[in-house]
Write a protein that binds this ligand. Structure first.
Ligand SMILES: [Fe+2]
Length: 351
């Protein structure tokens, strides 16, 4: 493929690989209406809906519940999946589930709700359907559930964690706040950039990642201005980036972001903060970094660094799983420089 993006070290492809994507994907405006049919096809009639606080009050979720009830499907709602959930939150959900008769789990929300839903469904061995209401995590198609364990993010990875069905309905993104849309779209962009360059990558993942990057880069402003086509393309980009990730895992961007989210930022905010630096260090569309910085300033995703840079840099440098998968070598000094730059930005924006 001819493009301006770097070929890194593998112009001929990465040799042999496994790529398994067991999830049935249903994409498009209005497709959430197909949930009842999909539940029945999986043999379900008693559903545990796993979602986040406040979601059951949203009209879209009320409509989903009333459609299911009309179709004769029993619903129970667990709406206590918090942002950046922990293994304990999964245990709370399991305790709730243990009091019910149920035969399927449906996760509705962002990555946090879906990660709790997926892990819960695996533990009680029932099928699962994921419905994202943000565009960033890709959790509807990944094999991972990222949970806090002892105050640190831990990615549980197993093919069994993957959803049976993902219903991606771009209309569900309508209620996202502008800052939520901006940061989650940048999370999806980071997934695309990281997957594209990942040493574990192959021709399939790179094709998915490149398309995902172009869709998110070229549509983020449209989606933020409320344009339906922009929203459609961001939802598609996020989905494709998630598919790419299943074959590659993440790299430097997530290594840089984890110390921020371990200290209280949401996952997508921390990715939005590091994304412009990721583009520069990995020499991937670096000219676009300045535009992304101004977008995140405009939408109030301002960095807030109050912690010791050396401590955070040491955490990043110790993250071998992500760093060895990155296409370029990254030195401790480069990590310190990025964190220092982020702290400078934080001072310039008055935080
Ligand atoms: Fe992510």
């Amino acid at each position: 493929m001819k493009n301006d993006f770097p070929e890194y070290f593998y112009p001929g492809g990465a040799g042999s690989f496994d790529f398994q994507l067991p999830t049935k994907i249903i994409f498009g405006e209005g497709t959430v209406k197909r949930l009842g049919g999909e539940i029945k096809q999986l043999g379900g009639s008693r559903v545990l809906i796993v979602t986040s606080n406040g979601m059951p009050d949203r009209q879209a979720v009320k409509d989903i519940l009333s459609d299911l009830n009309q179709a004769g499907i029993t619903t129970n709602v667990f709406s206590s999946a918090p942002p950046e959930p922990s293994a304990d939150d999964v245990n709370t959900c399991l305790k709730f589930a243990s009091k019910l008769k149920l035969d399927i789990v449906v996760g509705i929300g962002g990555g946090s709700a879906m990660d709790v839903a997926k892990k819960t469904a695996v533990e009680i061995t029932v099928p699962k359907i994921m419905i994202p209401t943000t565009a960033g995590s890709g959790s509807e198609v990944t094999h991972n559930s990222v949970l806090m364990v002892d105050g640190r993010k831990k990615s549980f990875s197993d093919i069994k964690i993957a959803a049976d069905v993902a219903i991606v309905d771009p209309d569900l993104l309508i209620t996202m706040s502008a800052s939520g849309m901006a940061s989650s779209a940048m999370d999806a962009m980071a997934h695309a950039v990281e997957s594209y360059g990942a040493r574990k990558g192959n021709n399939i993942t790179r094709a998915l990642a490149l398309e995902a990057y172009l869709l998110t880069r070229d549509n983020i402003s449209h989606a933020l201005s409320g344009d339906a086509e922009g929203r459609h393309n961001i939802a598609m980009g996020s989905l494709m980036a998630g598919m790419a990730l299943t074959g590659t895992g993440t790299t430097l961007g997530h290594a840089l972001a984890y110390p921020l989210s371990n200290r209280g930022m949401t996952h997508s905010q921390s990715l939005a903060i590091v994304l412009p630096y990721l583009l520069k260090i990995n020499r991937f569309d670096a000219d676009h970094a300045a535009e992304l910085k101004s977008l995140r300033q405009k939408y109030c995703i301002t960095p807030e660094i109050r912690w010791a840079i050396s401590e955070m840099a040491a955490e990043v440098a110790a993250d071998e799983r992500h760093l060895t998968n990155n296409p370029t070598e990254v030195t401790l000094q480069e990590i310190i420089d990025v964190l220092t730059e982020i702290r400078k930005e934080s001072h310039n924006t008055g935080r």
